[in-house]
Ligand binder design. Structure first.
Ligand code: SF4
Length: 445
């Protein structure tokens, strides 16, 4: 039996694709190994969002070659999958002779075909084609990252073309999956013991399937809010969704959360900048005013919904005043956490033609100032949980403290508490006693 080692870079969509590649490969008679030195086939599922991620790929390829040479072993067959593969295609072969095949973002279901072709003597094997109609979206339990949590893609690709982002080029246009299939899939996951599903996509709330099949009994202002109600009705215990696009964030999404306790109280809504001028240059399609309207709706919910975001600092043309506007907005929104990125030009995107005129030192200074503010805010939000009881899915024994379990609350905060391994997979009530950086601590009540 040939052994396959699979390594994943980047976002949840890639993690989710890799789970399905592993499922498919093991159904095709391959053994999935976590030890790359035992592998006959090494697959690298790549990310292209940042240029650094591409550099990392070539470093990894070098390490794999060197490791085989040091062991005097044959170099494993090497397949490059995902976003870098989609963007670079055949040119990857000239960048590294160690690569045996290249499969784009929608060809990941055909790894076994690629391996067979290479074994047959085919060189420079490349497949950047579309997903097959019969593509299997489910994942075998053994190949899931967590035995209790499952990622469920509901939409692929992106039509938004923000000027800094490569995703519409690497992942293609938006394509929504059928609601009836999503619901069927979630019912099946529930019967297998999954406690929490994450509906995933570049912009989940832009969900627009070609037909209403599966949504008929569910009312709502958008197909996404109807889908949320349909998924809630499966009875699965916890439903989270990410990422949401501000322009498409209809107030009815909050109504759906208010009506269904199993739709978790967490929204990730990337704002990217607090300045309308910069948002326009980014071509985000929203203004600060309409972003704040959405936040007001979320904050008015009786559910106490936690709010997280993404912010880019140092975008071309960002002045001190623009950055100050980002700080002001951050204070106003009381995010419980934020992913902050220093802008770096990405070849192939419209912003690449703009002058990257914020000096590196200034980008770092802005990053640190914003990070400090977010930390202060996070501590305020976390401290407001002290004395409260939250529901936590016990996911694993804590890496640092073996007598503790670690999991996430419904509002997506990491919570540690005393407990034993047999409690993993259970949803428990935890009273919060203490807060530290990024983590809440409590006891089961
Ligand atoms: S919405 Fe913008 S940032 Fe998000 S994936 Fe699409 S283009 Fe990229």
């Amino acid at each position: 039996m040939k052994k396959v080692y699979l390594e994943t870079f980047g976002c949840q969509m890639n993690v989710s694709d890799s789970e399905r590649v592993a499922t498919q490969m093991s159904a095709d008679g391959y053994e999935i190994t976590s030890d790359e030195t035992l592998a006959d086939v090494v697959l690298l599922n790549t990310c292209s969002v940042r240029e650094k991620a591409e550099h990392k790929l070539f470093t990894r390829i070098g390490q794999i070659r060197k490791s085989a040479a040091d062991r005097r072993a044959a170099k494993p067959m090497l397949g490059i999958l995902g976003c870098v593969a989609q963007l670079e295609g055949e040119t990857l072969f000239s960048k590294s002779p160690a690569i045996d095949f290249v499969l784009g973002t929608k060809a990941v279901g055909r790894v076994a075909v690629a391996v067979a072709e290479v074994l047959d003597g085919q060189s420079f094997y490349t497949d950047l084609g579309e997903r097959e109609e019969s593509y299997e979206w489910s994942v075998a339990a053994a190949q899931r990252n967590s035995p209790y949590i499952a990622f469920v893609p509901i939409i692929e690709g992106c039509n938004k073309f923000c000027t800094y982002c490569i995703v519409p080029f690497s992942r293609g246009r938006e394509k929504s999956l059928s609601a009836s299939e999503i619901v069927r899939h979630i019912r099946h996951l529930r019967s297998e013991g999954i406690r929490e599903v994450h509906l995933i996509g570049q912009n989940v709330n832009s969900y627009r399937p070609p037909t209403d099949a599966g949504l008929e009994p569910f009312r709502g202002a958008t197909q996404f809010s109807r889908l949320l109600r349909a998924v809630a009705a499966t009875g699965i215990e916890r439903v989270k969704f990410t990422t949401s696009f501000p322009r498409d964030f209809h107030p009815d999404i909050v109504e759906a959360l208010n009506e269904n306790v199993n739709l978790c109280n967490w929204v990730h809504l990337p704002v990217q900048s607090g300045s309308n001028r910069i948002l326009k240059l980014m071509r985000r399609g929203h203004t600060i005013e309409n972003y704040l309207e959405r936040i007001a709706k979320i904050q008015a919910s009786p559910r106490r919904i936690s709010l997280t975001t993404d912010i880019i600092v140092g975008f071309p043309g960002e002045t001190d005043a623009d950055f100050q506007a980002t700080l002001n907005l951050t204070e106003q929104c009381k995010f419980s956490s934020a992913y902050i990125f220093k802008y770096s030009p990405r070849p192939g995107t419209p912003a690449f033609a703009m002058s990257d005129d914020v000096p590196a030192q200034e980008k770092t200074a802005r990053f640190l100032e914003l990070e400090k503010l977010i930390r202060v805010q996070q501590q305020k939000v976390f401290q407001s949980y002290i004395g409260r009881t939250v529901e936590v899915l016990a996911e694993k024994v804590s890496d640092k403290h073996p007598a503790q379990l670690s999991g996430h609350s419904t509002c997506q905060m990491v919570v540690n508490f005393n407990g034993s391994a047999e409690m993993c997979g259970k949803i428990v009530k935890v009273q919060i006693l203490e807060s530290k950086v990024n983590t809440l601590y409590g006891k089961i009540c």
